[in-house]
Ligand binder design. Sequence first.
Ligand SMILES: Nc1ncnc2c1ncn2[C@@H]1O[C@H](COP(=O)(O)OP(=O)(O)OP(=O)(O)O)[C@@H](O)[C@H]1O
Length: 247
Amino acid sequence: MAHIIARGVSIEFPLYHMGARSLKKRLLASSPLRMRSDDANRVVVSALRDLNFSITRGERVALIGHNGAGKTTLLRTLAGIYEPVAGELEVAGIIGQMIDPGAGLDMDATGRENIVLRGLYRGMGEREAQLLAEEVAEFSGLGEFLDVPVRNYSSGMTVRLSFAMATAIKPQVLLMDEWFLAGDADFMAKAEQRLGRLVEGADVLVLATHEMGIVRRWCTRAMRLDAGRVVADGPVEQILGPEPVAG
Ligand SMILES: Nc1ncnc2c1ncn2[C@@H]1O[C@H](COP(=O)(O)OP(=O)(O)OP(=O)(O)O)[C@@H](O)[C@H]1O
């Protein structure tokens, strides 16, 4: 059954090009909680610090917090892109991710080839993968560009393809960053419908966003991050307060 359990999860990033001693000293002094010097005398940023939580089937969790709070880092960690430096993480279920638009695409292959490859990788047969390509092709609206190498796509086209692919394969754990809200209006109207269906079907949703309207509409629970820590976690109404009355 789909679920996520984090026990003491921490993520750190070494900062390179921090050779100058005065700069290093200033950084460490100005941000003593977030930055430290490691055994190799490098400055490291604590992006996530000692996270403990569990998310069970049916929960739709919003990650909220200021710029740099750690939302995207947490999504990438849940997706297995980053390895915790401490703690244990268990993510059970088929993961669908909309975190980095171009991630997992072969830039030299066409859009269609990418879709078929993804299908085969997920264990589909050739015929099923071709059907998936048809479905994604129609939804993405990429037209003849579907048979052009992805390298030649505009950034908007890459988003359309990534979005269409990620939503075509019904995931049990759906991880989303808010970039998907940035598409053109036509595509977004179609996308919202599709996403709505997917969110209903996904067992677990984790969504990072600054849009409180989205949090209220789609999520059941909110986790507020601040400087890499969870500072509040609970039902959306409790964390955000009652919805402001319009007018
Ligand atoms: N690849 C990296 N190398 C070094 N530091 C990083 C890296 N990725 C993130 N960080 C640092 O980790 C911290 C958390 O960043 P993250 O992008 O997760 O925040 P966020 O909450 O998603 O912010 P935003 O709302 O601006 O997208 C920040 O201090 C950031 O500078």
